[in-house]
Write a protein that binds this ligand. Structure first.
Ligand SMILES: CC/C=C\C/C=C\C/C=C\C/C=C\C/C=C\C/C=C\CCC(=O)O
Ligand SMILES: N[C@@H](Cc1ccccc1)C(=O)O
Ligand SMILES: [Zn+2]
Ligand SMILES: [Zn+2]
Length: 417
């Protein structure tokens, strides 16, 4: 690919913000509204000394698994989409419905260059999209307790986020004459109170309620009228594990803590950063109020570094073109999975695209089994070769299914909406 991009008969490619990629594959039927596939090419750092079984950028294979940073976040989709496109073009395929592919280069630090500039380019062209499919949720196999069989959770929304800086200032001085409380001690107390008092369980107050109705087939009315019974029960089980806890509430993570420069100098400033992932039933404002009252100490100053509310909920009913096309593609390939809408607990580039599409889905058919959730941003990130091939096939089929004008008919019994 040249720096300026590639121009061919079948597709257009341009480099955006120096490192991101935008592809356009025109469709023959101009009446069909295009859609867009997203993925990101950047990764979080990886240090071999953290306990990796192979060098994290070696892509070494062990027992049918490819190990390496990015294998499930998000190279599997980058390569899956591109390889599917390549196979389609080799076969002389030309779509009826046009589509874009956006590959961001700075998702893991917010997408402010890649995603935001791709959006700018598309807006300038006046593009509107039928739907967007980005990274996010996955096929969970044996991960949801009480559920028989694998579940494909399609993210129809994603949690909000707030980064809050807490700081305590005290006059510096000689460590031989310390006050009873230091800036570090005061801040440590505040941080401890935040960890000891998690945000309330809001399970059932947001779209995650639909996840359970779909998965367990409970009649909506029954669950709704018995939420008082189910919610505390499910909540107590789910909050025991960090991955399931993330679906229940706004999570509080203390991620940075800094103070002090010399062993014999009382530190003037102590600072901590708290990263919160906001449940769909809460707002940034409510989260700030909660932190203020939990910290409960006027000496601890609070500053919102940045934040955004939970994202809008995309459609997932029988008339939803994007959701139903993704679902059909999934069920044709994996008839054993139960498909359900879900809330994506991490943030994605797609949150910058809300002006371009009403319906945004966050999903790839990456199979997640017990123990795999720690591999995201963790050690020994891996994907099986079989699953990678399945991803290529999924995108290959999805692109072709988007040419179907009629909505797919409800699938075989057991998979009704
Ligand atoms: C209601 C669901 C109940 C139980 C689910 C249990 C465990 C699921 C755990 C993890 C879900 C799978 C993958 C999502 C993890 C993070 C990825 C989300 C966005 C990626 C953003 C990024 O960092 O690039
Ligand atoms: N994927 C990242 C997105 C992000 C970037 C920068 C800050 C915060 C979040 C995450 O969810 O962690
Ligand atoms: Zn990612
Ligand atoms: Zn990530």
């Amino acid at each position: 690919l040249s720096e300026a991009g590639v121009e061919s008969q079948t597709f257009k490619h341009e480099v955006v913000a120096n490192y991101s990629h935008l592809f356009w594959v025109p469709g023959s039927d101009l009446a069909l509204v295009p859609y867009m596939l997203l993925a990101h090419i950047d990764v979080v750092p990886a240090d071999e000394n953290d306990g990796w079984e192979v060098p994290p950028f070696s892509a070494k294979e062990i027992d049918g698994f490819i190990y390496g940073r990015g294998t499930i976040d998000n190279k599997q989709s980058v390569m899956g989409i591109l390889q599917a496109l390549e196979y389609l073009l080799i076969r002389g395929y030309s779509p009826q419905r046009g589509f874009f592919i956006g590959l961001g280069h700075d998702e893991e630090v917010g997408g402010l260059q890649g995603a935001m500039n791709i959006v700018r380019v598309l807006k300038k062209k006046g593009v509107q999209l039928a739907f967007i499919l980005d990274e996010g949720l996955a096929v969970l196999d044996g991960v949801i307790s009480g559920l028989q069989g694998p579940a494909a959770l399609i993210g129809i929304s994603e949690k909000g986020q707030a980064t809050v800086k807490l700081s305590v200032f005290k006059a510096p001085g000689h460590s031989s004459m310390p006050p009873r409380e230091s800036s570090i001690g005061i801040l440590a107390g505040a941080v401890k109170r935040l960890e000891d008092n998690p945000m309330p369980i809001l399970f059932g107050e947001g779209p995650e309620r639909r996840t359970f109705e779909h998965l367990f087939g409970l009649p909506i009315k029954f669950v709704m009228s018995n939420m008082w019974l189910f919610s505390p029960l499910i909540g107590r089980v789910m909050e025991r594990s960090p991955d399931t806890n993330a679906f229940l509430r706004t999570t509080t993570a203390v991620t940075m803590f800094n103070s002090g420069v010399k062993v014999n100098v009382l530190p003037s400033l102590a600072e901590a950063y708290v990263n919160l992932r906001i449940h769909p039933a809460q707002t940034v404002e409510e989260v700030l109020e909660f932190i203020q009252s939990t910290v409960g100490d006027e000496r601890v100053k609070m500053e919102l570094v940045n934040g955004f509310d939970p994202l809008p909920v995309s459609s997932y009913d029988e008339t939803s073109f994007g959701f139903q096309t993704i679902k059909k593609t999934l069920l044709d390939q994996f008839p054993q999975v139960t498909v359900a809408p879900g809330v994506c607990i991490g943030n994605t580039d797609s949150r910058h695209y809300t002006d371009l599409a009403k319906d945004i889905y966050r999903f790839a058919p990456t199979w997640i089994r017990p123990g795999d959730t720690q591999r995201f941003h963790g050690i020994n990130e891996r994907i099986s070769k079989k699953n990678y091939e399945e991803l290529v096939v999924f995108y290959f089929n999805l692109i072709q299914n988007c040419d179907i004008k009629e909505l797919p008919s409800p699938h075989s019994a057991g998979h009704e909406l």
